[in-house]
Design a binder for this molecule. Structure first.
Ligand code: GLA
Length: 400
């Protein structure tokens, strides 16, 4: 009897191992949108080893790590020259990348790095053309967990040079270059999140998942001003069907806490990136973050919308002049509703009136206002007044 019992245990364990997804099927990389911090939006080319360590320390100290921010991503400007064997060296700002990776890992965090398929990165530093396997292996040896691969000089160096008069042929070269790095990363055997940065060219969302892309930029660069953030948001509508566990649309990294964004703008930016199932890569000065900005970045209810395991990206349900209503379907039948005052000129003389039927909802809806933390009931045609560039974000557990 005992032998029988242990035999069945072995069979059970074997069945479990066999049923587990292979690495090709597994969505171990980015089952929900990656969360973390990236050096570019605040430090740009000035970033150093010390800043990366401070970012890791501060993710822990501020509670951001506990809220889900796991990746510490070094963007451009860490690279120096290749030696005679083709091995790329780091410059003096990053004296020992392996030691830095070990430090970040010792905090329970993961580390990301940056390169591109051309000869040069966007900042003019050495990129990976002709050294894809060698670079991928080096990243894996260092313990890198995430690669942002930025097109930049590949456009003039390869695409325009090789196919000056044929745009479609240029795009095929681009896809081949990303495929090459996708394969090189896979060949390392280390799970490395693959982030495509080619600004959305040639409907990247249609081909990136097949080559192992976990996220892909959908637009040009973000900047810390409302018009740019809103312009990027507007370009995301219609892309929802391409996002899902393991592969995400990337409307670029967060500017929360940067530039002169108001608190309302920071709230709206963060909330809408949550609605979009976008990667949440903070890009602010963590050691000098204000309590208000920290409260926005660590709002657990909003992060839960972003990280919802269903992985269904939100969509614009309708717009009415300068006010937009977006919805996102969540696991367990729940729903998030965002009412965004995108424009500058709507006041209490003419509050916005919510139309529930246009959201597929009927009758009063019990929900939670995720920025006040209070219960709220949404009723049809209710007047809602929202300050310019701010929003109302509501989670409805059981929409009717
Ligand atoms: C491009 C990218 C940015 C950043 C810089 C670095 O502009 O889109 O996110 O990585 O390059 O040079």
């Amino acid at each position: 009897m005992r032998i029988f019992a242990s035999l069945s245990l072995v069979v059970l364990a074997l069945a479990f191992v066999l049923a587990a997804p292979t690495s090709a099927q597994a969505q171990t990389a980015a089952p929900t949108p990656p969360m973390g911090w990236n050096s570019w939006n605040f430090f740009a080319e000035k970033v150093t080893d010390k800043d990366i360590r401070a970012a890791a320390d501060n993710l822990v100290a501020t509670g951001m790590k506990d809220a889900g921010y796991i990746y510490v991503n070094i963007d451009d400007t860490w690279e120096d020259k290749r030696d005679a064997t083709g091995l790329l060296h780091t410059n003096s700002k990053f004296p020992d990348m392996k030691a830095l990776a070990d430090y970040v890992h010792s905090k329970g965090l993961k580390i990301g790095i940056y390169s591109g398929p051309g000869t040069k990165t966007c900042g003019g530093f050495a990129a990976s053309l002709g050294h894809e396997e060698q670079d991928a292996k080096m990243y894996a040896d260092w313990g890198i967990d995430y690669l942002k691969y930025d097109m930049c000089s590949f456009i003039p160096d390869v695409m325009e040079k090789q196919e000056p008069n044929d745009k479609a042929a240029q795009m095929r070269l681009m896809i081949a270059a990303y495929t090459k790095m996708g394969k090189a990363l896979k060949a390392t055997g280390r799970p490395i999140v693959f982030s495509l940065c080619q600004y959305g060219w040639d409907a990247v969302w249609e081909w990136a998942p097949a080559l192992g892309g976990n996220l892909w930029r959908t637009t040009g660069d973000i900047s810390p001003d409302w018009d740019r953030i809103y312009a990027i948001l507007s370009q995301q509508d219609g892309l929802a069907k391409y996002a899902g566990p393991g592969h995400w649309n990337d409307p670029d990294m967060l500017e929360v806490g940067n530039g002169k964004l108001t608190l309302g703008e920071n709230r709206s930016h963060f909330s809408m990136w949550a609605m979009l199932a976008a990667p949440l890569l903070a890009g602010n000065d963590l050691p000098n973050m204000t309590p208000e900005v920290k409260a926005i970045l660590t709002n657990r209810d909003v992060i839960a919308i972003n990280q919802d395991k269903l992985g269904k990206q939100g969509m614009r349900a309708y717009s009415d002049g300068e006010v937009e209503v977006w919805t996102r379907h969540l696991s367990g039948g729940a729903m998030a509703v965002a009412v965004l005052a995108a424009g500058d000129n709507r006041f209490s003389t003419h509050p916005f009136h919510l139309n529930l039927a246009r959201l597929g909802l009927h009758g009063p809806q019990e929900g939670k206002d995720l920025w006040t933390g209070k219960a709220i009931t949404l009723t049809d045609q209710m007047p809602i007044e929202i300050a310019s560039h701010d929003l109302l974000l509501v989670r409805i557990e059981a929409p009717k």
